[in-house]
Design a protein around this ligand. Structure first.
Ligand SMILES: C[S@@+](CC[C@H](N)C(=O)[O-])C[C@H]1O[C@@H](n2cnc3c(N)ncnc32)[C@H](O)[C@@H]1O
Length: 425
């Protein structure tokens, strides 16, 4: 069998330090957008599913078991174990939905020996965590007597490495192996991201559904052009397509979807907005958003104002993006306007009134009011730079809230996060 290109590519990425936790906030695997937006959005989406499982485990006096498919260096373990309860007041303790003592076992599997070595290096002191090299194209990697898992987890595109046959076999394996109830997390790459408009059209009859993807973004922008990009084929998914696929495959085994949450994650802030490798019209919005969250760094907000260029033949997606772009720009303008109104207007900044009004979706009004309030109430901050360290990070969080409110789970983002509660009939 030919060794898959993923093994060599991920070995190189690990060797290049791309999977180290601290490679700075402005680019790379663990940039500020991953830390402050993407991981947090995953945690928020997982919360209700995880809470329900934990309650069930408390009732049945048993512990919760997780398998992480394409676990990388164990990033999923960190995400799952730091999901927090909803609505924590400022004074409340940070209560985790799944404290350590609830977790009975976590097994991470990945095709890349380099990734598994990195994961073991990180977590070798915890005997509840196991990591194994395995190729998911051979199905779910299980020992004959392995007990069912409560969560069949994946994060950040791992399952997009599988073609439909291989993903189908993994879902078959889950349906055979699970107990009466389990949660399946399929975190895929979205097909309708602005980053790759040329993938929006379906492949021609009989053509390959897997299309090229590149990991060039892990390198700093100044060296990116000189590095040979590491590429591999991925399956890009639309929201309805993913739901239909999971439902149909699970249905064959007498397993129903009791509940699902399918959401777009990183609509204008996908990794390849910065590289423009697949769409020359992409603008480096991710880097600018990462800059909003950077300590002591002022960001040129005009770089956030986005001009969407429509794709012929996709009226619904064009409508979605045009509305989203206008909402996004309105919130950015509200911040520019609010600071300018406070006597800080920079030369050349647009000066448009951007009042929230009844025609705006609720999320837009909320975002505009929030950022105006932030600016109005920053006067107490006497040391350092309130624009860089209070207003800009909060603009980042407001834009994140806008994404959460307006996304429709279309696959119109870099990530398409599908969470499915599976129940045996
Ligand atoms: C984008 S990384 C995601 C890693 C991690 N889950 C995270 O949240 O950052 C994709 C991972 O899928 C793994 N992978 C790719 N093809 C695979 C396969 N056929 N079987 C198992 N793992 C695979 C890669 O080695 C890589 O670690």
């Amino acid at each position: 069998m030919i060794e898959p290109v993923e093994i060599e590519n991920y070995t190189q990425l690990v060797a290049a330090g791309a999977y180290e936790r601290d490679s700075g906030g402005l680019f790379g695997k663990q940039d500020n957008v991953r830390r402050c937006w993407e991981d947090q959005i995953n945690r928020q989406a997982l919360r209700d599913f995880l809470s329900a499982l934990v309650e069930e485990k408390l009732r049945s006096l048993s512990r919760l078991r997780v398998i992480d498919l394409g676990c990388g260096a164990g990033e999923g373990y960190e995400i799952l174990t730091t999901v927090q309860h909803e609505g924590m007041g400022v004074g409340a303790d940070h209560l985790r939905v799944m404290p350590d003592w609830i977790l009975g076992g976590y097994k991470g599997v990945d095709i890349s020996p380099a990734m598994i070595e990195k994961a073991r290096e990180r977590y070798s002191t915890d005997p509840k965590l196991q990591f194994e090299v395995a190729d998911l194209r051979d199905g779910l990697p299980l020992a004959p007597d392995e007990e069912p898992y409560d969560i069949y987890f994946s994060s950040f595109g791992s399952l997009s490495h599988l073609d439909d046959d291989a993903l189908g076999r993994v879902i078959d394996g889950i349906c055979h192996h699970m107990g009466p109830r389990a949660v399946f997390v399929g975190d895929m790459v979205g097909r309708y991201s602005y980053e790759w408009q040329q993938y929006w059209d379906a492949p021609e009859e009989g053509a390959e559904t897997m299309r090229p993807y590149s990991m060039s973004y892990v390198y700093p922008p100044e060296v990116r052009a000189d590095v040979e990009p590491l590429t591999f084929p991925l399956r890009f998914w639309g929201g309805c397509e993913l739901v239909d696929f999971v439902c149909a495959r699970a249905g064959r085994h007498g397993v129903d979807i009791a509940r699902q949450d399918v959401r777009d994650r990183s609509i204008l802030v996908g990794r390849h907005m910065d590289t423009a490798e697949f769409n020359p019209n992409a603008r480096p919005v991710r880097r600018v958003v990462a800059s909003l969250h950077e300590f002591n760094r002022r960001t040129d907000l005009r770089e956030l104002l986005f001009d969407y260029l429509p794709a012929p033949g996709h009226p619904e997606l064009n409508h979605f993006y045009e509305t989203y772009q206008m909402a996004w720009n309105n919130v950015v303008l509200a911040r520019i306007d609010a600071v300018a109104g406070d006597g800080h207007r920079d030369e050349g900044e647009p000066n448009q009134p951007c009042e929230a009004n009844d025609n705006h979706p609720e999320g837009v009004c909320k975002a505009i009011h929030t950022i105006r309030n932030v600016v109005a109430n920053v006067g107490w901050f006497e040391m350092g730079d309130p624009l860089a360290n209070i207003i800009e990070p909060q603009l980042g969080y407001v834009l994140r809230m806008l994404e959460i409110d307006l996304q429709q789970g279309l696959g119109a983002a870099h990530g398409l996060l599908g969470i499915f509660e599976l129940v045996r009939r």
